[in-house]
Write a protein that binds this ligand. Structure first.
Ligand code: COA
Length: 159
């Protein structure tokens, strides 16, 4: 059964490999993947600066999502699924976690700069395309930006 839980520091290396394998799904060449490698690496400092949720089944890591918060914005830095486990609802479950975690943290917006190949997924998840931005990974590589507006948290008296 699929479970979502916080990432542990001892699995960051595995998550980096999984993230690279997942990114390679979009058919990038070796040179591009080498250029991405450092940007896609999970670091111990990510454990303090960001929230990372992993999806696992039978003690096997199947995907992860990572959120970074700045002011009232939650950035979905990464969302990826093991290449042999896509189209099984894992991305949707991780996206659901991202929305809840962003909402709980008091964010008003969730922003997603995604791989062009994943644009259809985020559309399907109800996000709205906002434009195209520099990816910050490989020079000249631009990616679609999606946005979800989050409804404000209600105070206990309103519930
Ligand atoms: C994009 C990604 C996260 C989707 O995860 P997934 O587990 O395959 O998605 P799900 O099975 O939860 O799909 C949920 C819905 O989105 C649809 N969907 C999934 N990927 C899609 C795509 N690339 N384009 C259009 N629709 C897509 C599914 O068909 C499903 O639709 P349904 O609700 O009608 O059944 C996954 O394919 C992935 O990791 N890709 C490589 C890395 C990547 O590009 N990550 C994006 C962050 S930049």
């Amino acid at each position: 059964m699929l479970q979502l839980r916080a990432a542990r520091i001892d699995e960051l290396e595995k998550l980096t490999e999984l993230c690279l394998q997942s990114k390679a799904l979009s058919g990038y060449d070796d040179a591009f993947m080498r250029g991405c490698r450092e940007m896609l690496r999970f670091r111990p400092s990510d454990m303090e600066k960001t929230s990372i949720c992993v999806a696992e089944a039978d003690s096997t890591l199947l995907g992860a999502a990572q959120l970074y918060f700045e002011d009232e914005i939650a950035f979905l830095q990464r969302l990826f699924v093991s290449p042999d486990k896509t189209k099984h609802g894992i991305g949707k479950a991780l996206f659901g976690w991202s929305l809840k975690a962003a909402h709980r943290a008091g964010a008003k917006r969730l922003l997603i700069d995604c791989d062009p190949a994943a644009a259809g997924f985020f559309q399907r998840m109800g996000a709205r395309e906002e434009g195209i931005v520099d990816s910050g990974t490989v020079p000249g590589y631009r990616t679609p930006r999606f946005k979800v507006t989050l409804s404000p948290c209600r105070s206990p008296s309103e519930k």
